[in-house]
Structures are given as structure tokens and as C-alpha cells.
Write a protein that binds this ligand. Structure first.
Ligand SMILES: [Zn+2]
Length: 316
């Protein structure tokens, strides 16, 4: 029993997160680096489908995020900013701790101070991210004022990570919503997501005032509809998996049934073929930890626990 459960556990882990060697494959970088002006003071920069931003004022620059460690795009950006402007980068705002969004930001520590949510610090240090470490942190909300431009940093609780923040420039109607404005792009899985709050925050962001342009971390410039598209997918997936669990179905049954119904409704979402099963498995895992069934957990369900069957609670 134990060996079988561990084997299944491994299979689920691979299913959800890929094989250990998959990250070792060399990525070929597109080198399609761009800087685009979005509004009077807000610019978007990036390459390879991933973007940060900066706010240019006459007293300095507020940079939002880094980039992939190996893309070379942060080094390129620093050179571009030096060439284009005679004001320094004063702040580096980190949207969240994920390495692909903050790598190489330490390059700006000669003139800038890091800013982030207070929860970001233990992640950056524990994971040994190649990032600037914020000297300025906040809990719920923070106003950055530079050169007469107000930049609001907003935290709505744990969502895609426990330290993800939004960057709002109200006077220009721009919201920088890294890894929040997903639209019809899917997360590979929900590894560190607080799903229930994510649903709540998507509605909050869809209704935030003074927003006409939304800048996601990946993909084209969008609008607040991007939050609603993601909300619809996530809510449907949660409701479907939760109902199947309440009906006493096994994870295997839930995967089969949910895959069919979700593909029918959300077949046009990007990369759903690759991400739907890991989405179902990690949603199941989230809901397993969220609810307590009235009925005793079965041996089969216990075997399907992702970590180890010994960690499943039973009525014994
Ligand atoms: Zn992320």
C-alpha cells in the first residue's frame, strides 16, 4: 500500500510539475527586446513574451520587475535607460518573488532601493533569488510619489503568491498587473495560489477605478476584462472539482470528467491542452485541504494524496 501510494504520489508530482530535468533544457531567447510608451509617464519593456514596466519622472525612474535570469534583457534595459535619460532609477518595485520577474534587479542597486510586499523577503532569501532585496516593504498599501507622479502599490492578500502586488498609476489610468491579468492564458498549475482569494481579487481588480489600460506580465496590453476571463475559468474549475469531490468521486474520475467539461467550455484558452490536467490536480489538492467531508476518506482517496498517504486525515 505504501509503495503504491508513493509511486502514485510521484506520478502526480510529475504530472503537475514536469520531470526534474525539464528545467535543465536550454531555452533559446528571442532577443525581441522592446520599450513601448504606454501613457505620458508609463513605459513597458521586455522580451520573449515577458514584460516589466517603468514610470519616468523628472526626478527619477520607478522600475517594476526584472526578467528571466538568462535572457539578458535586464542588462539591455539598464543600458537603454542610461542612454535615454539623465535621471537615475530611484526605486525597483518587485511584483512578487518568482524568479522570472525579479532576476538581475540587483543591477540597479547602485542608484535604487528595492520595494515590495513584506512577505516577499523570506521567499527571496530562502530561494536565493538573484534579486534586489527590498529595503522598503509594506503590508496593505503604499503610495510612492516621485516627480509629482503618484504610484500606488496595492496588496489584496495571498493570490498567485503570498506577496504579489499591483502597481497602479491612477492619473494615467494604468494598472500594472503582473501575473494577475491572465485573460485567456492559463497558469501551469496552482502551486502557491490561494484560490478563493484569487477569485475575490479578480473581481476587485476588474472593478478598480481609474483603470483604462492593463499591463500583464506576459502577453499583449489588455483591459480589465482580462480579470473576468481568468475569473470565469477559475470559478468554473473550482465549482466543478468541488462538486465531484462532494459526490464522492476519486481523483482519477474527477480528472476524466472535469477535463471533458472544461475543454468544452474553455477550449479556446491558450495551452489548455498542456495545463488543464495539472490545473485539475492542483485544484483538487487545494480543495482537499480546504474542506472536510462528512464521510470517511476511502483508502483509494488516501492513496491519491499528493504528498504521502500518511498525511491524509481519516476518521480513525
Ligand atoms: Zn509568478
Amino acid at each position: 500500500m505504501k509503495r503504491a501510494s508513493l509511486a502514485l504520489s510521484w506520478a502526480l508530482t510529475v504530472l503537475a510539475f514536469g520531470t526534474p530535468n525539464s528545467s535543465a533544457q536550454e531555452r533559446v531567447w528571442a532577443g525581441d527586446r522592446t520599450i513601448n510608451q504606454i501613457s505620458e509617464h508609463v513605459f513597458r519593456w521586455g522580451s520573449d513574451g515577458q514584460y516589466g514596466a517603468y514610470i519616468l519622472t523628472n526626478e527619477g525612474i520607478i522600475l517594476v520587475d526584472g526578467h528571466y535570469c538568462q535572457s539578458g534583457t535586464v542588462e539591455w534595459l539598464k543600458d537603454q535607460l542610461d542612454r535615454r535619460y539623465d535621471v537615475p532609477v530611484k526605486y525597483v518595485v518587485l511584483s512578487h518573488d518568482h524568479q522570472d520577474h525579479n532576476c538581475n534587479t540587483g543591477l540597479f542597486s547602485d542608484t535604487a532601493v528595492g520595494v515590495g510586499h513584506r512577505n516577499i523577503i523570506p521567499h527571496l532569501t530562502f530561494e536565493q533569488r538573484n534579486s534586489i532585496i527590498p529595503a522598503i516593504t509594506f503590508e496593505d498599501e503604499m503610495d510612492l510619489m516621485l516627480g509629482g507622479i503618484l504610484v500606488k502599490l496595492l496588496y489584496f492578500g495571498p493570490t498567485h503568491s503570498d506577496n504579489l502586488i499591483q502597481v497602479h498609476i491612477p492619473q494615467e489610468g494604468v494598472l500594472i498587473a503582473i501575473d494577475s491579468a491572465k485573460g485567456r492564458n492559463l497558469f501551469p498549475d496552482f502551486r502557491d495560489m490561494e484560490v478563493n482569494n484569487q477569485l475575490k481579487v479578480m473581481r476587485t481588480l476588474a472593478n478598480l477605478e481609474d483603470v483604462s489600460i492593463v499591463l500583464p506580465g506576459h502577453g499583449p496590453v489588455t483591459t480589465q476584462d482580462a480579470f473576468l476571463d481568468h475569473h470565469r475559468y477559475l470559478q468554473t474549475l473550482k465549482d466543478t472539482v468541488l462538486q465531484h469531490m462532494a459526490d464522492g468521486r476519486t481523483l482519477q474520475e474527477i480528472k476524466t470528467l472535469t477535463e471533458a467539461s472544461m475543454l468544452e467550455e474553455f477550449g479556446d484558452y491558450n495551452r489548455i491542452d498542456a495545463y488543464l490536467v495539472p490545473n485539475i490536480v492542483t485544484m483538487w489538492d487545494y480543495l482537499y485541504r480546504y474542506r472536510e467531508s462528512n464521510s470517511r476518506i476511502t483508502d483509494i482517496e488516501a492513496m491519491e494524496c499528493i504528498e504521502d498517504s500518511r498525511q491524509c486525515r481519516t476518521s480513525d
